[in-house]
Ligand binder design. Structure first.
Ligand code: KG4
Ligand code: ZN
Length: 334
């Protein structure tokens, strides 16, 4: 079964062909990032206009890369939300138009759930075992889920204000590191001392919820105070970035493992753009192993928004099964 995936929830236009819910035959991603940089964040109007201009070419490229045509496609899976409304509209309208003109069924899937499905793509051995806890950390969302299986997804906690990726982006902006902030913070943090500044994240009423807006303000006050006293040297930027990153990771790892303990599960899957962060990956895998839990991360490219995860998850939703054979193009077990 070949599924065409379409993803247009934020600034990417992506199309992919995935076979049997696991083998990635193609995964084309075109980003309008370059046009948003000068504004320090995604401008929804620019994103949706670029998606309108590129979606046909991106889909053609995905079909060509998979060496197939629309006649080989049995299902179209499209991100139906959450995301930027204008952007979602482009993907959904396109998917419905192609589906109805070719008689191909169309399924709309949840973007956040697709991120966690990235852990089930291209896996020939050691699929994550249910029940499991999923931590999704992206630019728009920070959520903890409990999954008995794909039919039963329970929210255990979510951010009460900024998402983790959003905090990375905002802190990078005020440190003058540009957009997107996550990779920039990760890069400069390698040269910094993560114990230099004592940041902490605000508490939450529900222990498995998250709050990242307080730490962003704390970084702002810290930078302002440093600037009043002396010039804010590159070393101070690195120390501030490293301390911020370390604090956010401590909270993410702590709450993910607390969720596993609460639900008595031995499998943790992580997804979303922030899951590309090497320090988060290393610390999660190490802390999880110490607690007897196996942690899974998708390859970095599949952490970011992409249509392969949408095609894979659409297959799962439509046919009710996950992987029917050895996959290709995804991760190996960590
Ligand atoms: O999942 P994603 O591609 O889009 C959304 O669904 O939001 O995530 C994008 C987010 C951005 O906030 C970006 O700064 C963050 O992921 N990100 C990272 C890293 N790479 C991307 N955050 C921390 N470290 C990274 N290496
Ligand atoms: Zn995303």
């Amino acid at each position: 079964m070949k599924v065409l995936g379409i993803e247009t929830s934020c600034d990417e236009t992506s199309a992919a062909v995935v076979r049997d819910g696991c083998s990635i035959l193609s995964n084309q991603v075109s980003s309008s990032l370059h046009f948003h940089r000068r504004y320090g964040g995604v401008v929804p109007e620019i994103a949706s206009r670029m998606q309108l201009e590129t979606i046909v070419a991106v889909t053609d490229a995905a079909l060509a890369q998979a060496r197939c045509s629309l006649t080989d496609i049995q299902l179209i899976s499209v991100t139906e939300g959450p995301g930027l409304l204008g952007s979602l509209l482009v993907g959904i309208a396109f998917a419905k138009a192609v589906g109805s003109s070719r008689g191909i069924p169309v399924i709309g899937v949840n973007h956040i759930h697709s991120h966690l499905y990235a852990n089930f793509l291209g896996v020939s051995t050691a699929l994550p075992q249910f029940p499991l806890v999923a931590l999704i950390v992206s630019g728009g969302h920070t959520s903890l889920f409990y999954l008995r299986d794909f039919g039963h997804i329970q929210v255990l906690g979510q951010t009460q204000d900024d998402a983790a990726g959003e905090a990375f982006d905002k802190v990078a902006k005020l440190l003058g590191l540009g957009y997107p902030g996550g990779p920039a913070i990760e890069r400069v943090s390698r040269k910094g001392n993560s114990r230099a500044v004592g940041f902490r994240c605000s508490g939450t009423v529900q222990p498995l919820d998250f709050s990242f807006s307080g730490i962003k303000t704390a970084v702002l006050y810290h930078v302002q105070a440093q600037r009043r006293r002396h010039t804010f040297l590159p070393r101070m930027v690195a120390d501030t970035a490293a301390s911020f990153q370390d604090t956010v990771i401590t909270v993410l790892v702590g709450k993910a493992l607390a969720a596993c303990a609460l639900k008595k599960v031995k499998t943790l899957v992580v997804g979303g753009g922030v899951a590309a962060n090497a320090a988060l990956r290393q610390r999660t895998i190490k802390a999880a192993a110490a607690a007897g839990i196996r942690a899974y991360f998708p390859p970095k490219a599949l952490c970011m928004d992409n249509a392969a995860m949408v095609a894979g998850f659409g297959y799962q939703r439509f046919y009710g099964s996950t992987c029917t054979g050895p996959g290709k193009g995804g991760r190996d077990a960590n």
